[in-house]
Ligand binder design. Structure first.
Ligand code: BGC
Length: 756
């Protein structure tokens, strides 16, 4: 009986829907119909309940489609470095599938260290193919929060300390992912710059700092990369949680930048019933899913589930608001799983392993070399490798970017392969760091237990060094608690676990010593003098060992440059008070307050402007060859174009005002790549501006003796600062300096011009 009542009602509802010219095909199923028409067609067929269902999760990583209409559900997946394993329906633990071991790509701080836009595209394309193959709609990454404090536990998931570098790298990554019909979900919007009390801290940031430092990479991802999804962050800004923060989501993201995609909450980041309705959140994920144990369907209790329905029914929430959310979600589905273009993807392929290896090798940074690298071990000689990171697998752990990869090449294995039949490679642990070998039920299968105490471990390493030709120390951080890890910050900027003592003891043997630091964030090296060579390695993923050893042996000439400053001491940096970090309690406030008193002066902007020496500057990295810079020129001594630019103008759309060129020559005897960095200084500014700011870079590969003239263009945006009073970008008339260099501290050529 009931069936007969439902049918006419359904037919009535369908009357307002469009039918495609193709006989009997609803418009939304016809890929030749425009995306917006398909969206409107589905919307007209949907009930209020169906629309609301789409706005919140139905499992740990999925949210509903419209089953009645054959609209598939939306599958989300971490993360920025690889597609995470399938998890149980309502748990973080992996489900134990046997066909979901993905390629682990390098961490994003490594990608940023490549300073190579083509590699960012390759990364995005490759991970997008993996996500597509696994039938995911939304990839939860990349992350572009700025490196405000070097202690931030998630620095490894972000792209460094400079908004221009991060903007340039995020755009190709996003495009590469989305070519595959997978939405990149750029995270964590915004100012999620620490893990300590990340869900309870209110960021107090002035507008100039917000627009100059913390927003540009997100803006570029949206206005240049056309990102289809954005993830709100856990913290608060202006006293409002960022997953439903009106200013960030409605005024800036969807208003000023015209974002037409979907805003996804961070998992558990949606915090009340009212704000998510009106303040720009489209899909609520991860709220209190502690297992399907509470009876009924816990997802019905999401803020955007039953409480939202009640508000719609009694008029406290508007249908227009609901339609806006539904439209954005449908748009995401038509851009991805129901896209007009077919996408099939590929998974854990030789091509992806090769891409991961290339990116990891090209991002490796040579910090010091007194001639010990590339490694030369006499035939039949002995290479003593010391340190936990030569052995420990690093793809497992760290939080939501935890991966299950088919295999991971550890450095020790790659060294054995490289020196097989040529020299002996022996390993000593040297210290005990993190002995964990599993995360969310992904197991590395390694045994990291250790019975020796610290003194014995050092003594054993020193003894083993007696007949070694060279000592290669491979240490650093890991993805454990208080290291490079989601949910905790680091507690010190120096090496943990007594590694400095190990390094000094090894140096005391008088043997040549090469040190490799594997980390995703800056590590101060007060011991740098005692090592003959130092390499910054990263979490390189599946092929990390091969990539590192490619550089150590000279098979790849290093060309990575630091995406952040490595300070001498934490106290040298701009964050000096508790109110700046990790925040303070203010009476009467339910959350902690944090004040960005340092303003725009983070990273090299701080050190350069204040003249504080650093250990390794932003943009720094050596090569096995050398480069000279000459003939720096600006095309025009005077350019016209001073004035203001509206915040609504898309990033990257500015008219070029000035062309700068410089000749770069490979003056050494091996082929190699140099990253030529262009910084702008505005000495005539009427406001405080940093001593210099990165506004261009190019990576060029040169044969020995080869020269290339590299050209950059500057638009008004490159010369501007953000004027909060006018809420616009201002390029002031006066003289500008263009500084071209090999790092922020190594300026090799310069030119100046006047802006009128
Ligand atoms: C993290 C996000 C991640 C999400 C889903 C959250 O805890 O902050 O970056 O994408 O979990 O795993």
């Amino acid at each position: 009986m009931k069936r007969f009542l439902i049918l006419p009602a359904l037919m009535l509802a369908l009357a307002s829907c469009t039918v495609s010219e193709k006989k009997n095909t609803p418009a939304y199923l016809d890929p030749s119909v425009s995306l917006e028409q398909r969206v409107e067609d589905v919307l007209a067929r949907m009930t209020m309940e169906e629309k609301v269902a789409m706005t919140h999760a139905q499992s740990k990583f999925s949210s509903p489609g419209v089953p009645r209409l054959g609209i598939p559900e939306v599958w989300h997946t971490d993360g920025p470095h690889g597609v995470r394993p399938e998890v149980l329906w309502d748990k973080w633990s992996q489900a134990g599938w046997t066909n979901d071991s993905s390629t682990a790509f390098p961490a994003l701080s490594a990608l940023a260290a490549s300073w190579d836009r083509d590699l960012a595209l390759l990364f995005g394309r490759s991970i997008g193919e993996e996500a597509r193959y696994r039938k995911k709609n939304i990839l939860l990454g990349p992350g572009v929060n700025m490196g405000r404090t070097p202690l931030n536990g998630r620095t490894f998931e972000y792209m460094g300390e400079d908004p221009y570098l991060a903007s340039q790298m995020v755009v190709p990554y996003v495009r590469g992912v989305q070519e595959n019909g997978v939405a990149a979900c750029v995270k964590h919007f915004a100012m999620n710059n620490q893990e300590v009390r990340r869900t309870q801290t209110n960021s107090n940031v002035d507008d100039r700092t917000l627009y100059e430092i913390y927003l540009p990479a997100f803006k570029a991802a949206v206005t240049e990369g056309d990102a289809w999804a954005i993830m709100g962050s856990y913290n608060l800004y202006n006293g409002q949680y960022n997953c439903h923060n009106k200013r960030l989501l409605c005024d800036i993201l969807k208003g000023e930048w015209g974002f037409d995609g979907v805003v996804v909450s961070d998992w558990g980041g949606c915090r009340n019933d009212d704000e998510p309705v009106t303040n720009g959140l489209d899909i609520e994920m991860g709220t209190g899913t502690n297992g399907l144990t509470s009876g009924g369907n816990p997802y019905d209790h999401y803020h955007l589930a039953n409480p939202y329905l009640e508000r719609l029914r009694d008029g406290r929430a508007s249908v227009e608001g609901l339609d806006d959310k539904a439209r954005r979600i449908l748009r995401t589905i038509f851009r991805t799983s129901m896209s007009a273009e077919p996408h099939y993807g590929s998974f854990a392929s030789p091509e992806h392993y090769a891409a991961a290896r290339k990116i990891a090798a090209e991002s490796t940074v040579l910090l010091k070399n007194d001639g010990l690298l590339p490694l030369q071990i006499p035939a039949g000689g002995k290479l003593l490798v010391v340190g936990e990171n030569a052995y420990k697998m690093q793809t497992v752990g760290g939080g939501s970017s935890n991966l299950k990869t088919k295999y991971e090449i550890i450095p020790l294995q790659a060294l054995h392969e490289a020196f097989d039949g040529k020299a002996r490679v022996e390993w000593e642990r040297g210290y005990v760091g993190d002995t964990s070998t599993s995360y969310d039920r992904v197991e590395t299968g390694q045994d990291l237990s250790e019975s020796r105490d610290a003194a014995t471990l050092i003594a054993d390493a020193v003894t083993a060094a007696a007949d070694a030709d060279l000592i290669l120390f491979i240490g650093g951080l890991n993805k454990g608690f208080n290291q490079d890890n989601e949910g905790t910050d680091r507690t010190q900027i120096e090496l943990p676990y007594g590694q400095e003592e190990v390094i000094r003891a090894l140096a005391g043997t008088g043997k040549p010593l090469v040190a490799v630091n594997i980390s995703g964030s800056p590590v101060a090296m007060p011991w740098a003098d005692v090592a003959g060579a130092i390499v910054q390695g990263w979490y390189g993923g599946t092929e990390s060992g091969h990539a590192l050893v490619d550089v150590l042996t000279g098979a790849v000439n290093p060309s990575g440059k630091l995406p952040f400053t490595v300070p001498c001491r934490l106290e040298d940096g701009p964050i000096r008070t508790e109110r700046q970090y990790p925040g303070i309690q203010v009476e009467g406030k339910p959350y902690w307050e944090e004040y960005y008193d340092e303003g725009i002066y983070i990273g090299y902007r701080w050190y350069d402007t204040k003249g504080i020496p650093v250990q390794f500057p932003f943009g720094y990295g050596l090569s096995y060859t050398t480069f000279s810079y000459s003939d720096a020129k600006v095309a025009k001594a005077v350019v016209k174009g001073a004035g203001t630019t509206a915040v609504t103008e898309a990033t990257g759309s500015g008219k070029p005002l000035q062309t700068v060129s410089v000749k770069v020559t490979n003056t050494g005897s091996v082929a190699g790549a140099e990253v030529i960095q262009l910084y702008v200084a505005d000495p005539d500014a009427t406001v405080d501006r940093p001593a210099k700011e990165l506004k261009g870079f190019q990576k060029v590969f040169l044969q020995p003796g080869e020269s290339r003239t590299v050209r950059f263009t500057l638009d008004r945006a490159a010369l501007s600062w953000f004027d909060a009073a006018q809420h616009a970008w201002v390029a002031e008339p006066g003289s500008f300096q263009v500084l071209l260099g090999s790092s922020s501290a190594d300026i090799r050529a310069s030119a100046s011009f006047e802006l009128r």
